[in-house]
Design a protein around this ligand. Structure first.
Ligand code: NAG
Length: 334
């Protein structure tokens, strides 16, 4: 369990702390945009007490947060164990709901469970009703693989990172529920770590409903565990300060969308700022594979290409052992 914590800590370090980047540029892009598909609206098929929109997220050391929604009141409890149907532990959490004009959400439950063992399958049931779910915790040893914006059709990774936008509801609250139904088969099986996009703001001029009302109620992230006072920020730091590149600072990989209705942003700021290494308009997903304590490999896979094809890649090497950066890094973060 100690090792799992180290693994998670390393992710934070890799994403937020000094890194060298050795870069290889992709070939010019030949992406052809497909027309948008119709909006997908899904409904809940279970009973009023059955869990729906089940998803899990990492929640501090050796713990997982289980989130789900019910139409009827049920206890915010999760029963879980390592054998299907045999729940050796129970945890209780909290319940919330929100209004958005005339829309009223279901009862949104969040329960933190653990401590959990690494690389282990757990079976769980939400609120004492409905079907059993299962998930696998991330491994304690390297390599560990993160997927960023997968066209979600497999679970060949340990942790899913989803930079917003999430549901693209743009205020149409039932689309948040549709999104929750659609992702449940994947988000209930591997931890999903999300960040917000501009389409998740959903506020109005009076700021009522408040910014990120649905996002915050439905997708709480471990911000308290990472010393933040807002669900919108956890663990990330900045590589650029005053528009100057600093090789002893974190690397940012800014990726756009897995797909949206607005199309690709085809224009970039010219000339290319020195702090920007590579830019390409394409939809797809990224994979971050952490190989050991010093090396990680990021790859970008366009939707238009076959999955194994690497359109762009970068090796990331921790600078924590590089003396030149020591004076710039707080001692307890080395
Ligand atoms: C980590 O992995 C990289 C890439 O495979 C390798 O070059 C390096 O020697 C490894 N370092 C350690 C400490 O195992």
């Amino acid at each position: 369990m100690e090792k799992w914590r180290s693994t998670l800590l390393l992710l934070c370090i890799l994403l937020t702390h000094p890194l060298f980047t050795l870069h290889s540029k992709a070939q010019p892009d030949d992406f052809v945009r497909q027309p948008p598909r119709p909006v997908v609206v899904t409904t809940h098929h279970g009973s009023e007490t059955d869990p729906q929109q089940v998803h899990i997220s990492l929640s501090g050391e050796d713990h997982m947060k289980v989130s789900w929604i019910t139409n009827a009141a049920v206890p915010s409890t999760v029963e879980y164990g390592k054998v299907s149907g045999e729940y050796t532990a129970t945890a209780t959490g909290t319940q919330t709901s929100y209004h958005y004009f005339s829309y009223k959400s279901g009862k949104i439950h969040h329960v933190k469970i653990g401590p959990l063992e690494p690389d282990t399958v757990y079976y769980y049931r939400c609120g004492g009703f409905g079907p059993e779910f299962s998930f696998k915790t991330p491994p304690a040893t390297f390599p560990i693989e993160f997927v960023v914006v997968e066209h979600v059709d497999s679970i060949d990774y340990d942790v899913f990172l989803l930079p917003g936008d999430l549901s693209y509801a743009n205020g149409q609250q039932p689309l948040w529920d549709s999104f929750g139904h659609l992702v449940e088969p994947y988000a209930s099986r591997r931890p999903w770590m999300v960040t917000q996009g501009n389409h998740d703001i959903e506020s109005h001029q009076s700021n009522n409903p408040k910014d990120f009302t649905a996002y915050n109620a439905r997708w709480p992230m471990p911000y308290q565990e990472s010393g933040s006072n807002s669900n919108l920020f956890y663990s990330f730091n900045t590589r650029v300060y005053d528009n100057e590149a600093d090789s002893c600072s974190p690397v940012y990989i800014t990726i756009g969308d897995g797909g949206n209705r607005e199309g690709l942003a085809m224009t970039f700021e010219e000339p290319t700022p020195s702090i920007s290494v590579y830019r390409e308009p394409s939809f797809g997903h990224g994979r971050l594979r952490i190989l050991n304590t010093t090396h990680a490999h990021w790859t970008w896979h366009r939707n238009d290409d076959s999955n194994p094809f690497v359109a762009d890649q970068v090796w990331l090497e921790s600078l924590s052992s590089t003396k030149a950066c020591h004076s710039k890094i707080p001692h307890d973060e080395l």
